[in-house]
Design a protein. Sequence first.
Lengths: 306, 428
Amino acid sequence: MSAEADAPPAVPTGLKSERRAAWVLLTPALGAIAIFFALPLIAALLLSLTDFDIYALADPRNARFVGADNYLHLLRDPLFWKVMRNTLVFVVLGVPLTLLVALGGALLVNSRLARMRGLFRTVFFAPVVTTIVAVAVVFRYLYHPRYGMINQMLGLLGLPAIDWLGDPAWATAAITLLAVWRSFGYALVIYVVGLQAIPQPLYEAAELDGAGAWGMLRHITLPLLGPTTRFVTVLTTVSLFQIFAEPYVMTRGGPLYATTSITLLMYQQGFRWWNLGSAAAIAFVLFALIIAATGLQELLRRRWKT
Amino acid sequence: MRALLCLLLLTACHRGSGDDRTTVRFWAFGREGEVVRELVPEFEKRHPEIRVEVQQIPWTAAHEKLITAFVGDALPDAAQLGNTWVPEFVALGALAPLDERIAGTAGRGDSFAGIWDTNVVDGATWGVPWYVDTRLLFYRTDLVAATGLPWPPKSWAAWREVMQRIKEQGGPGHFAILLPVDEWTQPVIFGLQTNAPLLADGGRRGAFRDPRFRKAMAFYLDLYASGLAPSLDLQGVANLYQQLSEGYFAMVITGPWNLGEFRNRLPPEMQDRWATAPLPPPEEGMPHPGISLAGGASLVLFKQSRSPEAAWTWLEYLSEPAQQARFYALSGDLPARRSAWKIAGLADDPKAAPFLTQLGQVAPTPKVPEWEQIATRIAECAEQVMRGGKDLDAALADLDADVDRMLEKRRWMLDRAAQPQRTAEARR
């Protein structure tokens, strides 16, 4: 495709008609993209430049064009920065943790020494497909300051009880743990596939050369899992930037907004207070943020390689 | 095959008898939507020309669904509406004014004044009360009696003394009262009791720095600071009923739905050890009881209704004292009309009677569409002081600043409406 598009203008007529045919065949798909993706995107962008709210729902003439005000206001709003920080904490804590747990789990279920590998694969993947509402009920009990199992275990160790979901200092960590628990199974499956793609003879050769388990992990497994890790990192980063369900069902964003993520703030602005203009602005900021984060990862990867 | 035949027969019958009836589409929420269906058969018998179609919507989705239906021009003829939502739907222009229809009826005189008032926005009436809700004290009679102090208290100070005594007698790990940190109702009730205006200039600006509101907030926050109330939020309250039975706390400010819940969920030995009491006023000598919230649901008629006459007939039927009493029996929701309380025998129920007293002293929250957002912000302000250690005056100043910003659009709308010429010009 790209070779065709890059072709010089002086092409034989046969190719020209072929190109026309390509366009004709692409039109339905492009049309769908235009209607269901580009159009809403443009509409949302325009919406983010107005103060569209409940009054404007009554009569569109009540909406005012405010230019970049929604964005400027966001930048000046301490709540927005708090929410940004929360989201970054979710990402910065959550991504490495997910990667580590997923990789550890994958090595375990892929090891020739482990028994009941099928069972473990199912167990590790189960949280991914469990309904968040059911998960929330259980976790709320686990985290409960008086009756929770986690605090009871801390008590056995002689540690003071922690108000996991009520104390702003701990709530972010509590939600991150839940998010990691809920999503690492997915990354694990991808890692298992990556591990299985590593040719076995490499390990055999290394073993002959006298390499230990650690050496094989460092010099064979990890380097060859590079592309997998990159893929999993991007996937986890994007999904953690958009973390919504976990804080929504566990804490509704509290205490003191300690667990409000950008998406949750957007939801509250849009569908709780019907400030659709500022909700659209938040959506675009999030969009830019995710693009920037993935771009940064790509850049780091290239730096690293050379 | 037989099922198909039945279906054919049914549709045939339906076409034969029902199609020329006027249909009233009615939306009700949660449990109310379930039980209101049982009031339909008698109505349809009385009005053979009208057919009522009830749609039940879960409470959590109700507000969003109503707004999307408004935007999509898909609202029903009539619905139940939380009475704090009325101003918002008036601002949307979704409701039909009811003053002319109400003029000849007895509803107003038979209702609680504070509750009725929630339906009056900008001088017009937009809803009729269906059932009522207010907050008062549910408490453990044994723990309160053990203090030996006068009860019910006549002022905040006397009330606080009782709580202090309960705390001392209960020892560590026990509290006097449960006030979920993230509920706005408690600080707002205390504010209404001190006659704090909450909003100033006809709902144009926040008035939370007012000394009356500050006093209310200080009283409320002190209950946490002095350890009389645990700093739990709603999610943290694992099992209210178990905790009350254990004596983890001795009082809670809550609403009428808990009359039924307490009866069902508290163990038998607790049943003669709990009671309800109206809220105390801030100072002795102020009218007793202290003011509480005028909550509940109203019945509204939508402007887009295709058959407003039939819909109004249905709403009038639901407002009849006899139907209200039946609805109470079905749902446990307290009737909005005083005469229905007599029919239902509620006035003689010692645990429900304090609600009747309290309902004589209820006030609506400020009637601006932004109220829910403002209320949430008030709870946050309290939480900032309580959990975040913020200075109360600074927190109240920030609250006012944020509320002013939320009301910016409303100020603009009001100012524009105040200049009729320019508005007319803009409309052309």
